[in-house]
Design a protein around this ligand. Structure first.
Ligand code: NIG
Ligand code: FE
Length: 413
């Protein structure tokens, strides 16, 4: 099947397939072609160029993109999209003044989601998550990472990861699975974090690895949760199974998580709402990819990650949704784009780089998705007619997306 997109107003993120991540000043550059075409064959990008030097090849289907922009679909490298129930009652408590930490201390928060998940069937979790994924794909997402972490027991963590495995098989977009057993300390281990870490490392992890259920491991490094020592322990345990880490750290405090993640060869460090000078310096002197989650800052009224300092220091940055029922109940990456521009003061070009090419790198999918490159999957956004890419960020809360293609096809929504 050959599909031809013609008369594209501007085709963004056009790169050689060898370009796998952009950092520092290079993030401000988003290579584009004007008045372009793009040819898709067997679900992959086969070629592209300008209409002026184009002798139209035959295609089974042609899509006239007059006035429209085309760019790679968003690569959302951090989500908790498998969950049993929303937490809208906590939302109301927060409006009335309760803090995230106070809600957690009263058995709410992550433990609330774990309780609901323990009661939910694998089939129900699968169909609810599948519906959410189809919805975020319609909103422009074309590659997704999904974490466990609402299980917090051997049986429930495996249940969550099996759901993610079924989602990978059932849906055509690339999905990466992350084992986040060390997300919170379940009530049966209250006061004995070490005993729970023993269960995560000695019981959950070997089972997860034996069934091949995870691509990455993760841990929530924060006061009242897990500390830098736990990060080191988990990352070396994961390394024995060939699993690299994506680490939640510096959401509320700087707790040594950045340094422990780097020492453990983590792929990404995520959140970073709190970023003192020594943590920034450690980031800059490492290969780890920082991931900002402005949807969490927005919804949870936290400081926004200091993306400008990260980029000014010459570092790369990725942006992700953190879609989860507690701190960021939306996977709408177009809204993340607006937040990144408005609150993180990224230019639209920097933000699009952070949520396409760099987002793909944050899932090690940079050779498959994240740019308009020959041979990559045709996971694409075609926008409504518009005059500039900046409009997509500016027009916040509204969708400028006409179609999302996955392997050149629209998914049923
Ligand atoms: O990334 N910070 C820890 N984990 C999630 C929140 C999970 C929840 O509240 O359910 C996050 O924000
Ligand atoms: Fe998260």
């Amino acid at each position: 099947m050959r599909i031809l997109l013609t008369n594209i107003n501007q085709l963004f993120q056009v790169r050689d397939v060898s370009e796998s991540i952009v950092s520092g000043e290079a993030m401000a550059v988003l290579p584009a072609l004007e008045n372009a075409y793009l040819l898709i064959e067997a679900g992959k990008i086969r070629g592209f160029g300008q209409m002026s030097d184009f002798s139209i090849p035959s295609a089974d289907r042609q899509i006239d993109c007059t006035g429209r922009m085309v760019l790679p679909a968003f690569c959302d490298s951090h989500s908790h999209i498998v969950f049993a129930q929303p937490r809208d009652q906590e939302f109301v408590l927060k409006i009335k003044g309760a803090s995230y930490e106070a809600i957690a201390a009263a058995g709410g928060g992550i433990l609330n989601s774990a309780e609901a998940l323990s009661q939910a069937s694998e089939a129900d979790l699968f169909s609810a998550a599948k519906a959410r994924i189809l919805s975020v794909v319609a909103q422009g997402t074309g590659a997704l990472e999904i974490k466990s972490g609402y299980g917090l027991s051997v049986a429930s963590e495996l249940k969550m990861l099996r759901v993610i495995q079924r989602l990978k098989a059932a849906l055509p977009l690339p999905i990466k699975a992350t084992f986040l057993g060390a997300h919170a300390i379940p009530s049966r281990f209250q006061g004995d974090k070490t005993a729970y870490m023993d269960e995560v490392v000695n019981e959950m992890l070997p089972n997860v690895a034996a069934e091949g259920l995870a691509d990455y491991i993760d841990i929530f490094c924060e006061r009242n949760y897990f500390d830098a020592g736990d990060v080191s322990r988990l990352l070396s345990a994961g390394a024995k199974y060939g699993l690299r880490a994506k680490v939640h750290t510096n959401q509320f405090s700087s707790c040594g998580g950045v340094q422990a993640a780097i020492a453990g060869n983590a792929l990404t460090v995520d959140h970073l709402e709190v970023l003192p000078e020594n943590d920034l310096e450690a980031l800059v002197n490492s290969d780890v990819i920082p991931v900002a989650l402005p949807g969490c800052s927005f919804f949870s009224r936290l400081p926004y990650t200091d993306a400008r300092s990260i980029i000014a220091a010459g570092k790369s940055l990725a942006l992700a949704s953190d879609f989860n029922p507690g701190s960021a109940p939306s996977g709408n990456m177009e809204f993340i784009l607006s937040l990144a521009c408005i609150q993180l003061r990224l230019t639209p070009e920097e933000a699009i780089n952070a949520m396409t090419l760099n987002g793909a790198a944050a899932m090690e999918l940079q050779h498959q998705v994240g740019s308009i490159s020959v041979g990559k999957a045709a996971n694409l956004i075609i926008t409504e007619p518009m005059d500039s890419l900046a409009f997509m960020a500016y027009d916040f809360g509204n969708s400028t997306i006409w179609k999302t293609l996955i392997n050149g096809q629209e998914l049923p929504s």
